[in-house]
Design a protein around this ligand. Structure first.
Ligand SMILES: [Zn+2]
Length: 101
């Protein structure tokens, strides 16, 4: 199970990591404008899709990892478990609904 930091420390940890990786402010603004322009329900869906795509892209970049034991692979595995749960819970209800028609 993924270690979820306390909700109040997550923004600080996010900011610290963004600073460490030199995330450009215009990139943050670009995504914030996209999210801010959407209705609340659609905003969450688009945010989840964006995170989902980011996780899959990170995993794809790390596929050549030669290490037998790697903490990044462990984190990628956990993130993909979450991504697969999103796929399963997104797809299964729509499949169930279409079968009932
Ligand atoms: Zn690795």
């Amino acid at each position: 199970m993924i270690a979820v930091p306390a909700e109040d420390t997550l923004p600080l940890r996010t900011s610290a990591m963004a600073e460490h990786f030199d995330v450009p402010e215009p990139a943050v603004d670009r995504y914030a404008r996209i999210f801010d322009g959407l209705p609340a329900r659609e905003q969450r869906q688009v945010q989840v899709i964006a995170f989902h795509a980011a996780v899959v892209n990170l995993a794809a970049r790390h596929t050549g990892c030669p290490a037998a034991e790697c903490p990044t692979c462990d984190d990628v595995r956990e993130a993909l478990a979450i991504a697969m749960a999103v796929v399963r819970t997104d797809i299964t209800p729509s499949l169930s609904a279409s079968r009932q028609r």
